[in-house]
Design a protein. Sequence first.
Length: 289
Amino acid sequence: MEEIKIGEFTLTTLLDGVFPCGPDLIPAAKSKDGEKLFVDAGLPQIGPSPEPINAFALRRGDRLWLIDAGCGHQLGPDFGKVPAALKSLGYEPEQVEAVILTHLHEDHIGGLVTEDGAAAFPKARLFVPTEELDFWLDPTSPAKNPGEAQQKFDLAKAVLAPYEGAIEAVPADSEIEEGVRLVGLFGHSPGHCGVSIEQDGKKLLMWTDIAHSTLLQLAYPHWSIGFDFDQPQAVATREALLAELAGTDVLVAGSHVRGMGTISRSGDGYRLEPSEEVSSATVKATKAA
Ligand SMILES: [Zn+2]
């Protein structure tokens, strides 16, 4: 587990699982350019590249928050490892004070509930982008958006239900508390947000699903993934954000990014320069089962 300090905050990656990201998900990677990227990375010519699904622990003093909750039981036994990762940091689910949700896709919200549908983090409040809540909970949305499976609307409702009364809608580009803001990065989903953490002149942006494969989509930011709600908007958001971040000292982490670092230009695209400030999280001794 990697972690980094931003002022009084400590952000730690909680790896939920790893998924294969190839041309079936990013069709433009089925090309000479794609083959070169895969081969140069030591992968088969047609990929896939193994990519993480991350949630994050955000700690300040003795307070513990999560950013997203992982897949839970949605994607099978290879996923849903956030509770174990949290435990290895020395925490029980009851100690989670709040969960910031970046958007309401299964790999970010499935872990909010246990297998029997109860709250996995029983004492937590949820902070959810207003734009995202409005989209998924509006009863007229499924009919207006036939491209989105009914199952996705049902899941959003089901995982939020046990938190009723503890859900706070937060508009994009507003502060959740001092130093922690939602950043509107719409396109991948209607209210898709990143989370910025800023203190003492230091800033990190957890950009959520701006890239599902840094290998493919930093080299070619116009390459889309099939999961995008609005592909042109998702591409425009990714291109604008990468251009804005390039050459700055803003640190970046992502739901599907290995490591943390800064963004620099590389040819016509970009690359992530790993930060030397990232360290390994202290894992509390746990007895092997
Ligand atoms: Zn995702």
